[in-house]
Structure formats: C-alpha cells, structure tokens
Design a protein around this ligand. Structure first.
Ligand code: LLP
Length: 420
C-alpha cells in the first residue's frame, strides 16, 4: 500500500520526501526532527480552494494543528485565513504575515487580555461560547471604542462518530452554546451596541471519516440562520468548523471534494459565505517525525526498539491510542522482528507504536508518519527533554523552520533559590 504522505516515496530503498532524502535531513539537522512537505500542504489547501470555487468561502487553517511560523506563512501566502484559540496563536499568525481580518477566534475560555488583543488587532470574528463571554466581549469592545464582530458557536448535538476525546458537538461536551438557546442569545447580542452580529459557528469533532454528521449539523445551523433572518437578524457567514479525517493506517476518509460536496450543495444560492476551520486534513499527512534507534532491547515478553523520540515529542499514541505508521528510512535485508517502538521517557505509556514488524538495527533511522498535525504543537519538555527541530522541505530545499531546543532554553526564566 502507498504511504499516507503523498510526497513520500522510496528511491533505491531510501525514503525521500519531495526531493529530499530523509537520511540527509537527519545528518544535517539531527534527530528527533519533524519534517514537513510544503508540496503536500499546498496540495491539500488547493483541494479545499478548488472544491469551494463555486461559492464564497474562506478556509481558516486551525493553528492548533501546526503552529510553526514557516507553516503559517505558507498558508498565509496561499490566501488562507486562520482559526485561533489563544492570544499566542494570534501573535503567531501576525508574525507569519497572516492578516487579522481573516482570523476567527474560537475557544471556551478566552481571557480578557486575549479578547482585548484580538479587538485591537481587528480580527474577523469572535466565535462566542457562553453568555459570560458575550458580556465580556461587549464590555471590552465598548471600553476600547471598537465594534466586535461575533458569531455564536452552537452545539448542534450531533454525534460525529469519532474518538470521544475529540468529539465536541454533543450535548455533554463543554463546547459552544446549546443550539436551543441560540435564538435568544442572538437577540441579546443584536441589541448590544458594541457588537456586530456577523455569523454562526459550529465544530462537531475531529478525525471525521463520514460526511453525514457534518451535513446534519449544517442543516440544524442553517435552520437557525433562517429563523434569525425571519426575525431581522441577518448573518453574513456560516462557519462549519474543521474535522475532516486523514488516513493513518487503513481508514478511508472521503476526498476533500466529496466531504465538502453536501456542504457546498447546502450553501449554493444562499447569501451567507462559508467559513471552514480545517487543521488535520491540511497538515497531518504532510509531516513525519524522524527518529533514530538508540538500541534494541529484548524483554521477557517483547522486543523493544528504543528510539530518541518519545511521548513528549508525539503524545498521540499514548493519549488516544493513535496509530502512526513507522517506516525504516532504509529498507534493507536485515531480519524483521516484532517490536514495541518506545522512547526513553519514564512512563509505560511512552510508545510510538506497538507490535510493529521492523527490520532495524541500533543506529537506524525511522520515520513516524502522519505526524504533521497535533505532533509538535502537543509536545512538551517532560523529563527535561529539549523539543525536536522542525524542517520544511520544498523540493530539494530543507528549511530549518525551528531550531532544536537546548537545555538552556528549557531553563530560561527559572532561578535557583537565592543565597541565604
Ligand atoms: N475548529 C475548532 C473549533 C476545533 O476545536 C478544532 C480542533 C478544529 C477547528 C480543527 O479540527 P481538525 O480539522 O484538525 O479536525 N489533538 C487531537 C485533535 C484535537 C482537535 C481539537 N479541535 C488529535 O491529535 O487527534
């Protein structure tokens, strides 16, 4: 079966991303290193753009999936907007050359200083998730003499049929306002002079493999939009969130165009423009984590390949029992054995893959695939491990997008006790 990363291939047994051999990248930048393909990111963005060409639409890349400045600037140049969930993410978007007027701000706990920052920057829309937030934004906008464009993120109570940790649109989830309360909330917001009621938002979950629940959520949201219009509250956009899944192993996610078709059919001929907030489907299969085998170890029941990447670099296997394909960078005739691929961190949950048949020796390089989304952004410094480097590949060119952290970086801002 082909690799889930479309720009990855084997050439004379050696893994090559675009035109850059992974062993050269490891040589030059060390390991562990996240490696991203600009071409794969561009292709997935273009697939959205082309599928949406018949309607008025904005693709807002979900920054939480991959917030590296090189990645954000690539999307900014392609014309993307951005979905942010913090002031930190807004700073990144602006530093990468993104424009504030294409930014939507989601999140259930926006702080006052973050709201003020976004108001000053002039973002496109606040996706409000509670009554308290409605009041806070109104108060801060009046205080600053600004008008705040807002949408309510409604919770449509639709089951997205994905992992429970990444389902967000069910009644029991913390996200959004209940769709049944939305009409009254819009009436309140409409009467607040510092607010401009602009749209409606919803996001039901992530790694969705079936377009039907999103279409069902869209129907509920559009019924609300029509009811509001009947009451004289006219919205200019409908934001249907992100969520499209990718292939990690043998999942069969719909193609971007097929996933969007039911949404485009619903939006065609309407006055509102469509916003989307994809993260994983733009970057997940444009990235991998390059790691080196430190040693092979035989346990009583299992063989372990101990590598130099760990749970702090890629948390998804431990957190969601997520599967990432693991490929030797050099395919050779070494004997294949079954291994748990584990890191050096002091946790039994520190694994990147379990029960993998691999032909490896100590010192070999491995590529952990499909790691472009929620990889580096969820990494930590647990066990005082400096975070990985990030490299963006463009053909033969390898751009150091983030330098590997040093231990000094880790201790910055810390102080031992002063002398007695
Ligand atoms: N919009 C909102 C409001 C979101 O909460 C999310 C993701 C997205 C857009 C982007 O969703 P995507 O297109 O990437 O599915 N850490 C987890 C995924 C958490 C997703 C959180 N929200 C993972 O590694 O699978």
């Amino acid at each position: 079966m082909s690799f889930p990363i479309p720009t990855l291939r084997r050439e004379h047994g050696r893994l090559v991303l675009e035109d850059s051999p992974l062993d050269d990248i490891a040589e030059r930048f060390g390991t562990p290193t996240y490696v991203y393909s600009a071409e794969a990111m561009t292709a997935s963005y273009r697939a959205y753009h082309e599928a949406l060409s018949a309607i008025d639409a904005t693709v807002c890349f979900a920054v939480k999936a991959n917030s590296n400045l090189a990645v954000l600037s690539l999307f900014a140049r392609l014309g993307a907007g951005f979905d942010i969930v913090s002031g930190g993410e807004l700073s990144r978007v602006l530093a990468a050359g993104g424009s504030a007027d294409r930014v939507v701000f989601s999140g259930v706990g926006k702080r006052r200083d973050e709201i003020a920052y976004a108001l000053e920057a002039g973002i496109r829309c606040f996706n409000i998730e509670s009554t308290t937030e409605l009041e806070t934004i109104s108060e801060l906008a009046s205080g600053l003499g600004r008008s705040a464009p807002i949408a309510f993120r409604v919770n449509p109570d639709v089951d997205p049929r994905t992992h429970p940790y990444i389902s967000t649109g069910l009644r029991g989830n913390k996200f959004g306002v209940p769709i049944s309360d939305a009409f009254e909330l819009y009436r309140r917001a409409h009467a607040m002079p510092a607010l401009v009621v602009s749209g409606v938002a919803c996001h039901i979950g992530s790694q969705l493999l079936d377009p039907a629940p999103v279409a069902e959520a869209a129907d509920r949201v559009l019924a609300l939009v029509d009811r509001l219009a009947g009451a004289g509250i006219v919205l200019d956009h409908v934001d249907l969130g992100g969520g499209l899944g990718i292939r990690y192993r043998n999942e069969r996610p719909p193609a971007i165009g097929d996933y969007l078709a039911p949404l485009i059919a619903r939006m065609g001929g309407r006055r509102e423009s469509l916003f989307l907030e994809p993260g994983r489907s733009l970057v997940g299969n444009a990235g991998l984590l390059l790691t080196r085998v430190e040693l092979l170890k035989q346990g009583e029941e299992k063989n372990f390949a101990v590598v130099d990447a760990a749970i702090n670099d890629l948390a998804r296997p431990a957190l969601y029992d997520a599967y990432h394909d693991i490929e030797p960078v050099h395919a050779d005739a070494a004997e294949s054995r079954r291994y748990d691929v584990v890191g050096p961190v002091c946790e039994s949950g520190d694994f990147l893959g379990r029960d993998r048949d691999l032909a490896v020796r100590s010192g070999d390089l491995l590529a952990v695939l499909s790691a472009g989304a929620y990889g580096m952004t969820m990494s930590s410094n647990y066990n005082s491990r400096p975070r990985a480097a990030e490299v963006l590949v463009r053909g033969r060119q390898c751009i150091l997008a983030r330098q590997r952290e040093s231990v000094d970086d880790l201790m910055r801002g810390e102080h031992p006790l002063p002398a007695d």
